[in-house]
Design a protein around this ligand. Sequence first.
Ligand SMILES: Nc1ncnc2c1ncn2[C@@H]1O[C@H](COP(=O)(O)OP(=O)(O)OP(=O)(O)O)[C@@H](O)[C@H]1O
Ligand SMILES: [Mg+2]
Length: 595
Amino acid sequence: MKMKLDKKYLKKRPDGNSFLLYKRLIKYTLPYWLSLTIAIVANILYSTVDASFAYMLKPLLDEGFTHKNPTFLEAIPFIIVGLFVLRAIFNLTGNYSMALVGRSVVQVLRVQLVQRILRLPCSFYDRTSSGYLLSLIVYNSSQVADASTNALTDFFQALFLVLGFLVVMLSISWRLSLIFLVTVPIIALLLSVSSRRLRRLNRKTQDTVGGITSVAEEVIDGYKVVRTFGGEAYELNKFIAVNKKNVFNELKVVITKALSTSSVQLMGVTVLAVMVWLATHNHSSTALTAGGFTAVIAAMMGLLKPMKALTTINATIQRGLAGAESVFHVLDEPEEVNTGTYQTPRVKGAISYKNVNFSYPRSNVQVLHDVNIEIKPGQRVALVGRSGSGKTTLAGLLPRFYDLTAGDITIDGVSIRDYEITNLRSHCALVSQQVTLFDDTIAHNIAYGRLGEQVTTEDIIRAAEAAHAMEFIKDLPQGLDTLVGENGVLLSGGQRQRLAIARAILKDAPILILDEATSALDTESERFIQEALEYVMEGRTTLVIAHRLSTIEKADHIIVLQDGRVLEMGDHATLIAHNGQYAKLHRLQFQAGGA
Ligand SMILES: Nc1ncnc2c1ncn2[C@@H]1O[C@H](COP(=O)(O)OP(=O)(O)OP(=O)(O)O)[C@@H](O)[C@H]1O
Ligand SMILES: [Mg+2]
C-alpha cells in the first residue's frame, strides 16, 4: 500500500475551465432527463405557489379588510390550505426526483472511477496514494452529486422564486421594482469574484481530505509497527497537522461564503429601504394601496432568501466542480496500453528475453541492462541475486506490469506487446512475495476471479489438497467457507502462502511466476510449502525468484543477477564448478543455516 500523498501529482492538475467542467458534469445527469425534468418542473411550481402567496396579500388586504368582500373572505382559508398542500406535494416530488438523479450520478461516477482504476498501469499506483484514491471515490463523488443535484434543485427553486416575486412586484408597481433590478449586475460581479476563490479553496480542502485518509489508513494498516516502534506520537502529530490544514481551509470557505451572502443581503436591504421611502412619500407615480404595498414588501422580503440561496448555490457548485476536477483527472488517466490483438487459448510456454532494458517510469535509474534469457516450455528458471538486484522487476515484465524500455520479450515467439493483455495474463499464474488475500471466504480466495465459471467445489478442494492447505482448512470452524479477514489477517504467513499456491494450482496456467517469500517458517510448514511448490511447478514453465536451496538446485537454469545484469547462467553443478558469484552466494546463504 502506498502511503505517500503525491503532492507533485496533485499540483500538476490543470486548472479546468468551470464551464467545460460543469458541462461535462451535467452530461452525467442527461440519462436521467425524465427525473430531472420532473424535479425542475416541481421546483418551478413550488416557487410559483410561494410567489402567488405573496401576490394573494394584495386582494386579501384590499378586498378582505378594506372592502370586506364576503365571498372572498369565505374562500380565504381554503385557498391558504390548498396552496400549502400543493406546495408540500411539489416540494416532495422535487426533492425526491432530484435526489434520484444525484445519487445515480454518484453511483455512476464511483463505478467509472473503480472501472478506470482497475485498468490503470502499475506506474499509476506507484505515484498515487491509496488514501487519495479512496477519498476521491467516497468524498469527492458525493460532493459532485451535491453540485449536480442540490445545486440544481436550489437553483431552479430560487431562480423561479426570484422570477415569481419579481413578477408580483412588477405587476403591482413596476417603477419600484426597477430600483431593485439595478442591483443585479453588482450581485453578478460579487458572485464571480467569490466563486473563483471558493473553487480554489475547495480544491485545497478536498486534497486535505485525501491527506487525512492517507494518514488514517497508514495508522490503521500499520498499527502493529506503529505500536512496537512507538510511532503513536509521530502519527498523531501528522494526523493533527493534516486535520489542522483541513479545518483552516474549511474556515476560509465559510468566511468567503458568509461574506458573499451578507454583501448580497446588504444590497437587498438597501434597495428595500429606498423602496419603503419612495412608497411612503406619496409620489403619485409610486403611491400604492395598503394591500399593494404589503404585497410588494412581502415579495421583496421573499426575495432575500432565494437570493441568498443563489449565492450559496455558487459555493456548492464550486465545491462540486473542485471535486469533479480531481475525479475527471483520474478518469482521464490513460489506461494500460493494450494494442496487441494476438489471442490463443493456451501457450506452450517458451519464453525469451531479448536485450531487455528497463527503468521504472519517472525514474532515471536503469534497473535492468541487456538481459537475455531463453526458456524452453516446461523448464524451471531460478533467479537469484542480492536484494534490489532486479529479480522481481525482471519477472514482473512478463505479464506486462510495466513496459520495457528497450528490447523484447516473447512467449512462443510472439512479442508480449502483440498479445491482447488479458489473454497474455491468462497464461501466467503469479505467487508473489507478499500474498494478497481478499476479505472473503477461503474458497473464494482460492477460486479468485473464476468463481461461477468452470470452477466447482471439488476443483477447489483438489487444489487446496495439492497445496497442502486442506490440512489447516479442515480444522477451521467453517472449513472452506471461513472468512479470512481483510487481507487474510486471520491466517498465518505459511497458511497464506499455501492459499496463494492453491490459487495458482487452480488457475492451471502454463507459465508460473513464483516470488518465493523469504520469511522462514517452521520445519513442518516449510516441508508442506516445498511440496506444494513442487506440485505447482510440475509441467509449467516457471520463473522462480528463489530463496530455497531445494528450489534452486532443481532448476534447469540458474540466473545470477547483479545490479540488473545477468552475471552467470547455468545449472547448479556448472555454476558451483565455475566457482564464481553463485558459488559464493551459495556458500554465504545456504551453508550457514540451511534454507
Ligand atoms: N515501483 C518501483 N518504482 C521505482 N523503482 C522501483 C520500483 N520497484 C523497485 N524499484 C527499484 O528497482 C530495483 C530492483 O528492485 P526489485 O524489486 O526488482 O529487486 P529484487 O531483486 O526483487 O529484490 P528483493 O530480493 O529484495 O525482492 C531496486 O533498486 C528498487 O529500488
Ligand atoms: Mg523482490
